[in-house]
Ligand binder design. Structure first.
Ligand SMILES: [Zn+2]
Ligand SMILES: [Zn+2]
Length: 337
């Protein structure tokens, strides 16, 4: 079987490896069919993640076919098309037992702290696999993971169809949140610095798109939601944008913080106090796959519109360099296995 490994920063090599082990009780072996390249993968590729040991098989956004299952597995069987929730936690600590496994102190993600999907086969805990209809192309099904991140953010911010939602950043996550929010009937303003991304956002139903480089975001946001927006999300995840979301918030608004930015941000406590804002963190996803599979089945998402380009496994190195150099116009690059 083939396994694509990051052997050094910016170098992915395709190896011919012995077949991966048989699944044990409660596990399944999956024939990987498609894997999305995530922002996290790009950071690791560039050597920006000191917590990732090399060589590493990256990739956590995957779809595939169940090849075999271990004993005790009944919800999926050989031949099923599946998507995979890559979040792994200890399952026994207080945080896990209280239902917040995605923020367990020992939480790990496939393809980051452990080998992931950029290989022909993977063995995983069967409970993390969710069956999808066979009509859904694998490349599009690989988007289940970013949509689970969007679902988590909308859950954490308790977004409803009455809400006016402001999303800063029309990358994969921003666009996934947009689609999910429009699906529930909310109004959405989305901003970005790339017109190509904003054109896609329009196609996905954004009520207002703003190029924050050439237009007045605060003015447009005030027009869109006089007095401030109800839900605000910095979908880029950097300190200056998170600061901005707080300033665009209406009284009692919910602000999602999803960045992994280690730089400090400057917030005046008085702004949060006066408006009784709620700042909520949102990390990966916590049990959101059933909801995402429902979305995929209902056909309410434009998953095809999210896939910019797909490459065969042999061209994975090229796929990464193209994705980095075409960042302005790339929503999602998918690798086919
Ligand atoms: Zn991802
Ligand atoms: Zn735990």
């Amino acid at each position: 079987m083939r396994a694509a490994k990051l052997t050094a920063p910016e170098t992915i090599e395709l190896f011919d490896e012995p077949m991966i082990r048989e699944p044990e009780a409660g596990e399944a072996r999956v024939r990987v069919k498609a894997v999305g390249i995530c922002g996290t993968d790009l950071h690791i590729f560039k050597g920006e993640r000191s917590d990732v040991a090399l060589p590493r098989v990256m990739g956590h956004e995957l779809s595939g076919i169940v090849e075999s299952v271990g004993s005790g597995v009944t919800h999926i069987k050989e031949g099923d098309h599946v998507v995979f929730d890559p979040v792994v936690s200890c399952g026994i600590c207080k945080v896990c037992r209280s239902g917040h496994a995605n923020v367990c102190a020992d939480v790990k993600c496939f393809g980051v702290q452990m080998d992931g999907g950029f290989q022909d086969y993977i063995v995983v805990e069967a409970a993390k696999l969710y069956r999808i209809p066979e009509e859904i192309p694998f490349e599009e099904a690989a988007l289940a993971e970013p949509f689970s991140v969007a679902a988590n953010i909308l859950t954490r911010t308790a977004a409803t169809k009455e809400d006016r939602i402001v999303i800063l950043g029309a990358g994969t996550i921003g666009l996934a949140i947009l689609q999910a929010a429009k699906g529930m009937g909310a109004s959405v303003l989305i901003s970005d610095v790339e017109d190509t991304k904003l054109a896609i956002a329009k196609k996905f139903g954004a009520d207002v798109t703003v190029n924050s480089k050439t237009e007045d975001l605060a003015g447009k946001a005030e027009e869109f939601a006089p007095g401030g927006a109800d839900v605000l999300i910095d979908a880029v995840g950097i300190a200056p944008l998170t600061e901005q979301t707080v300033n665009l918030a209406a009284p009692t608004a919910r602000v999602a913080v999803i960045g992994f930015d280690g730089k400090p941000m400057q917030l005046q406590p008085v702004v949060i106090t006066k408006k009784e804002l709620t700042l909520v963190g949102s990390r990966m996803n916590n049990g959101m796959f059933p909801k995402v599979v429902e979305w995929l089945e209902s056909g309410c998402l434009d998953t095809a519109g999210m896939v910019t380009k797909s490459y065969p496994a042999e061209e994975i190195q090229q796929a990464f360099t193209d994705t980095l150099s075409d960042a302005a116009s790339t929503v999602k690059t998918v690798i086919r296995f």
